[in-house]
Design a protein around this ligand. Structure first.
Ligand code: SF4
Ligand code: SF4
Length: 378
């Protein structure tokens, strides 16, 4: 079941009313035992302030924690493994900038500083048979994911399913990009992860969303919505509708439909709350490729693929005038193909797998995704 309500701003009272109502619409209170250890997992991709729209807004996290407190839950941890290193110092900076430190102080929830992981087998995984998850997620009785609606340069959508990538610790994340460079394989890995974490509830902060070059360099868009669901795949199917996208154009949604984790037909998703608006002009990242293969006779497609990929897949480009030489792109590059030379990042393109982690993690937007000149004309 997917529930949604219109919320026009991050006014705390309005957000609290909506979150309380979403819990009620999903009859979630009945499923929560106050003696449980509950982990609230926002999207804390990087050290950004709430108004930059990269991270889940603290007003939404605060409202979820307050609701749990009112139910009598005492053990609540706010946890995420952001991009980059997973250290106490990095977490402290991100909790402070994102407003989570203040949420914890006001509500009495704890902030996670346990840097350990737990091995979690996933024998039924389609592409990945085990994950090492951050302890607060692996050891929780109930996980509540609080995602942010953003476009995403690799999967198209950062919503309920993609938010769970933050359950993988720190610099292990780039290894997954290396193991699953293909978009469908990567999305299937995310779905295996989703089946492993099995969040009991997923909220999506779509009051202000990110469109264009998300998940960190896009434009903010007032979409005025809060959503919640017990099934993150169904929730993402609804987000595809909100973004005015065909479900098959977003790889996590496409593969969750293929795997029977959500219906293909939007009308078949069980929904409650308000009517969902559609933003048909929601901008997608420039990294989204055009599938030329469809115009090539089937027998020739295999041979054409490497040429198409080489010449037409958008590529990351560093602007040396903006780069500050911090090395965060090199740290997160799974192909180890970025070097910081003379305090500027240099991408050695031959080994690049076009995962766009560098673009995602650059704190000053120095890396853009460029389409080939031919594509720009299309
Ligand atoms: S250079 Fe950027 S896009 Fe290429 S592999 Fe490294 S992180 Fe991924
Ligand atoms: S491109 Fe961005 S992330 Fe990479 S070194 Fe320069 S400023 Fe840092």
């Amino acid at each position: 079941m997917v529930a949604n309500l219109p919320v026009s701003s991050y006014d705390q009272k309005a957000v609290q009313q909506a979150v309380d109502r979403l819990f009620a619409l999903l009859r979630a209170d009945e499923r929560i035992d106050p003696s449980w250890k509950i982990t609230v997992k926002p999207n804390l991709l990087m050290k950004r302030r709430p108004e930059e729209g990269t991270t889940t807004h603290p007003a939404v996290v605060r409202a979820v924690v307050r609701h749990l407190k009112a139910l009598g839950v005492r053990q609540i941890v706010i946890a995420d493994s952001p991009g980059g290193v997973y250290t106490r110092a990095a977490l402290t900076g991100i909790y402070r900038a994102s407003g989570m430190e203040e949420v914890a102080k006001e509500t009495g929830a704890s902030l996670n500083f346990d840097l350990g992981t737990t091995h979690c087998p996933q024998p039924d995984g389609a592409v990945c048979k085990a994950f090492d998850l951050i302890n607060p997620v692996a050891q929780a009785d109930f996980v509540i994911s609080v995602a942010k609606l953003k476009s995403h340069c690799m999967t198209g959508l950062s919503g309920g399913v993609k938010n769970l990538f933050g359950c993988i610790p720190g610099l292990t994340k780039p290894e997954f990009h290396w193991r699953y460079p293909n978009e469908d394989d990567f999305s299937n890995m995310l779905l295996d992860l989703c089946e492993t974490v099995r969040p009991g509830l997923t909220f999506v902060d779509a009051v202000v969303s990110m469109e264009g070059d998300g998940p960190s360099s896009g434009d903010l868009r007032n979409t005025g919505l809060l959503l919640a669901a017990d099934n993150p795949c169904e929730l993402d199917r609804c987000l595809a509708h909100v973004m005015g996208r065909k479900p098959e154009s977003l790889s996590t949604v496409r593969n969750s439909i293929r795997r029977g984790l959500c219906p293909a037909d939007f009308e078949a998703v069980r929904r409650t709350g308000a009517e969902l608006p559609v933003f048909r002009d929601f901008k997608m990242p420039r990294s989204r490729t055009v599938d030329f293969q469809m115009n090539i006779p089937k027998p020739l497609r295999g041979a054409a693929k490497p040429v198409i990929e080489r010449f037409f897949t958008p590529r990351p480009v560093v602007d040396p005038k903006i780069c500050i030489g911090c090395g965060k792109c090199a740290e997160s590059c799974p192909a180890h193909t970025i070097a910081v030379e003379n305090r500027r990042a240099v991408i050695h393109r031959e080994k690049c797998i076009r995962c766009y982690c560098c673009h995602e993690m650059c704190p000053v937007h120095a890396i853009s995704v460029k389409r080939s000149r031919l594509l720009e004309k299309l």
